[in-house]
Design a protein around this ligand. Structure first.
Ligand code: DNO
Length: 372
């Protein structure tokens, strides 16, 4: 297992590679190139430049999160073929640069959705939260505007300006697309790119819908366990795999994250492990990673990974904003992606992993070694 942290290059992150390197047990980062518009090729030189920066900090860049899928592919339009061709070229370029895992999602219109990016917890920290009635009452365009205003000046992945600019148009285009249409379009995409990924030695890992239930009547097809089974069955190759985000998958109170880890173990390439607190009406609030903080069995998840000798990547996910990263005191932070609480999360998750490995009498992987 490799523990990594998400990181945004080109000054688009308040967290530095040095800070990540000094967090015990972290072997690398999940990076991205936010400036490239969705659908365009990621040039090899641009990827290699980021990789070299990451390597210079003594970290690995084996994971990219994410290369987004153009809406025309999801909608099945004739123009999809050129975007698919670009995606293949991007896969080829990423493989040349040493990338092994490509995370993406297949959500219509928007990536993740929250009703608040700075919900105060009783301890004074702030977190991302989801209140169903507020989210549904907000017009998606108003939600997009408030997301933009609260982004601390950083690019919010999934809420890119060009996506927001076409918001109404994209939204309407999904009115007549059924879930079955989405699966058919998804299969077309996978059949076209998976053989390339397989040959290039890259695993594609789809991230579940976030939150993992229906919203605004959009056809969301990667929400529940049965959906994940269907997506994996669309193409049997091990290159068609999962980025199992347990906070997103677990946002649906009917889903069982530990069961999902055990069921899909062989097809998980990357996992986001975090905790959320469910309320009886389906609302949820993000909380610290410890099992007692919320509704997700983070200990059971790490035990399941350790028991199965999981060889993929894990990262903590959205952290609370705490200490001098508190968003009530500072506005220049990317919501959910401060350093402190995510770093605490890595230590908790590694502690669970190491303890379970020791109990099982299995080896515990080292992080980067100190050689002098
Ligand atoms: C949000 C992230 C998502 C995720 C994408 C993967 O914080 O978890 O933006 O990276 O959905 O494609």
């Amino acid at each position: 297992m490799k523990m990594i942290l998400r990181w945004f290059p080109h000054g688009d992150d308040s967290v530095t590679l040095e800070q990540i390197r000094q967090t015990p047990g972290i072997s690398g980062v999940a990076a991205m190139l936010p400036a490239i518009p969705v659908g365009e090729v990621w040039p090899f030189e641009a990827v290699a430049e980021v990789r070299d920066t990451v390597h210079a900090a003594d970290l690995e860049m084996e994971v990219i999160e994410s290369v987004n899928i153009h809406e025309d592919i999801k909608k099945g339009l004739p123009s999809r073929d050129s975007y698919i061709e670009n995606y293949r070229t991007t896969i080829h370029n990423l493989a040349r640069a040493g990338v092994k895992c490509l995370c993406y999602n297949f959500m219509p219109v928007l990536d993740w959705i929250r009703s608040s990016l700075a919900h105060p917890l009783p301890d004074g920290s702030t977190v991302l939260s989801y209140r169903d009635s507020q989210a549904r009452a907000l017009k998606p365009s108003a939600m997009a505007k408030s997301m933009e205003e609260r982004s601390g000046g950083y690019s919010l992945p999934g809420w890119e300006p060009e996506r927001l600019a076409q918001f109404q148009e994209i939204r309407q285009a999904y009115q007549n697309i059924t879930r079955d249409d989405m699966y058919a379009n998804y299969q077309y995409f996978l059949d076209a790119v998976v053989p390339y990924a397989e040959k290039a030695g890259i695993k594609l890992g789809v991230h579940p819908d976030d939150p993992a239930f229906d919203i605004f009547g959009w056809p969301r097809v990667v929400s529940r366990k049965a959906d994940l089974e269907r997506v994996l069955a669309l193409n049997d190759s091990p290159a068609n795999s999962l980025t199992l985000c347990l906070g997103s998958f677990g946002s649906n109170p009917d889903s069982d994250p530990v069961d999902a880890v055990k069921t899909f173990m062989d097809r998980i390439v990357f996992s986001h492990v975090r905790n959320i607190l469910h309320f009886p009406n389906g609302d949820f609030t993000e909380v610290g990673h410890r099992v007692t903080e919320g509704s997700i069995d983070t200990v059971g998840i790490m035990q399941a990974y350790a028991d199965a000798d999981y060889r993929g990547y894990i990262r903590p996910d959205h952290g609370r904003h705490i200490w001098d990263e508190n968003t009530t005191k500072r506005a220049d932070l990317r919501p959910g992606y401060g350093l402190y609480d995510r770093a605490l999360g890595t230590q908790y998750l590694l502690g669970c992993w190491d303890t379970e490995r020791r109990v099982l009498g299995r080896p515990i992987e080292t992080g980067p070694l100190i050689t002098r």
